[in-house]
Design a protein around this ligand. Structure first.
Ligand code: THU
Length: 124
């Protein structure tokens, strides 16, 4: 699946975002090596900091079905991933991260490029 195709899945998922506070709907779609796709949306909360980003929702859905880092190939996000999500993308070692910039163009990076020389547990 191409980055554009995966981004189209993320765009469709964004319709389910629960974002009554920011009104900013984000969708994410994570592609596994076996072809499965897990989608996610941002889920906000009246206690603002407790909201969850779309890409973390997609990863948590996959993880709770038994998916592990190494099983994932690519993720598409309808917006640029925040700093905290970059740490999650790094943890899950996505080979390709596609996201739409504010100007509408699509960026593609490896998860490692989005958070170079990040902190990590030495024994992991
Ligand atoms: N948001 C995401 O879902 N992913 C990101 O990486 C950036 C931010 C969401 C969080 C919040 O619900 C909304 O965008 C506005 O910040």
């Amino acid at each position: 699946m191409t980055g554009d195709e995966l981004l189209a899945v993320a765009d469709a998922a964004a319709a389910n975002a629960y974002a009554p506070y920011s009104n900013y709907h984000v969708g994410a779609a994570a592609l596994l090596h076996d072809g499965r796709v897990f989608t996610g949306v941002n889920v906000e909360n009246a206690a603002y900091p407790l909201g969850v980003c779309a890409e973390r929702t997609a990863i948590a859905k996959a993880a709770s079905e038994g998916v592990r880092p190494g099983d994932v190939e690519a993720i598409a996000i309808t917006a640029s991933p925040c700093g905290g999500c970059r740490q999650w993308l790094h943890e899950w070692r996505f080979e390709r991260v596609h996201f739409r910039r504010a100007d509408g163009t699509v960026a593609t990076y490896g998860a490692d490029e989005l958070l170079p020389e990040t902190w990590d547990l030495p024994q992991k």
